[in-house]
Design a protein around this ligand. Structure first.
Ligand SMILES: C[S@@+](CC[C@H](N)C(=O)[O-])C[C@H]1O[C@@H](n2cnc3c(N)ncnc32)[C@H](O)[C@@H]1O
Length: 173
């Protein structure tokens, strides 16, 4: 069955009612299994390991795309082998738990997220919906919305600090 929904960066699928929902194609750039500092296992096991800035799907494939990219900016220089998470525990020793769970942005984040939006809208069918999630800890959502020409329809703010935004777009002709 062709899956109608793409999650472009699923991470550990934390926000799903069913982490194995058959309707969703789960993608992430990482494929890892590691232990958090409290001893719990943390796993990112996507159906497809791919980069949301260059996705391996035809134009107009999905009815819905979910896009919840990393939102925390790390000021140190971009790691040249960023996509190679083979030594995850070493790499995250200095940046910790949140880096493991959510990934990270580096100085190239505007370009990376711009390309991510372009790709998400490319693989979305006309009339389909993009569900975008953003946490404003480091970067205001208003800055992020400048990275795509598409205009959001509506949104909702949530989280303990009211800084997590859920935003819905539709791909029009
Ligand atoms: C905020 S987390 C997603 C959390 C997820 N929504 C959940 O419910 O658990 C962001 C994810 O984006 C992934 N990521 C970072 N850069 C990526 C890229 N270029 N392509 C695909 N995934 C990427 C990270 O590995 C991380 O798992």
């Amino acid at each position: 069955m062709e899956k109608p929904i793409l999650d472009a960066c699923c991470g550990a699928r934390m926000f799903y009612f069913n982490k194995n929902d058959e309707r969703v194609l789960f993608q992430d750039i990482r494929n890892v299994s590691t232990k958090l500092c409290d001893g719990r296992t943390f796993e990112v096991k996507p159906d497809i390991q791919a980069d949301f800035t260059n996705m391996p799907y035809k134009d107009e494939t999905f009815s819905m795309v979910v896009f919840d990219p990393p939102h925390l900016v790390y000021s140190h220089k971009k790691e040249p082998e960023f996509v190679d998470y083979g030594t995850l525990e070493e790499k995250t020793a200095s940046t910790g738990y949140q880096h493991i769970k959510y990934g990270a942005l580096y100085s190239d984040w505007p370009d990376m997220l711009t390309k991510g939006f372009v790709e998400c809208f490319r693989v979305l069918k006309t009339g389909g919906f993009l569900i975008f999630k953003w946490n404003e800890t480091d970067i205001k959502v208003s800055e992020i919305l400048k990275l795509t020409p598409y205009k959001p329809i509506f949104g909702h703010i949530s989280g303990k600090r009211s800084n997590t935004h859920w935003i819905c777009f539709m791909k029009e002709n």
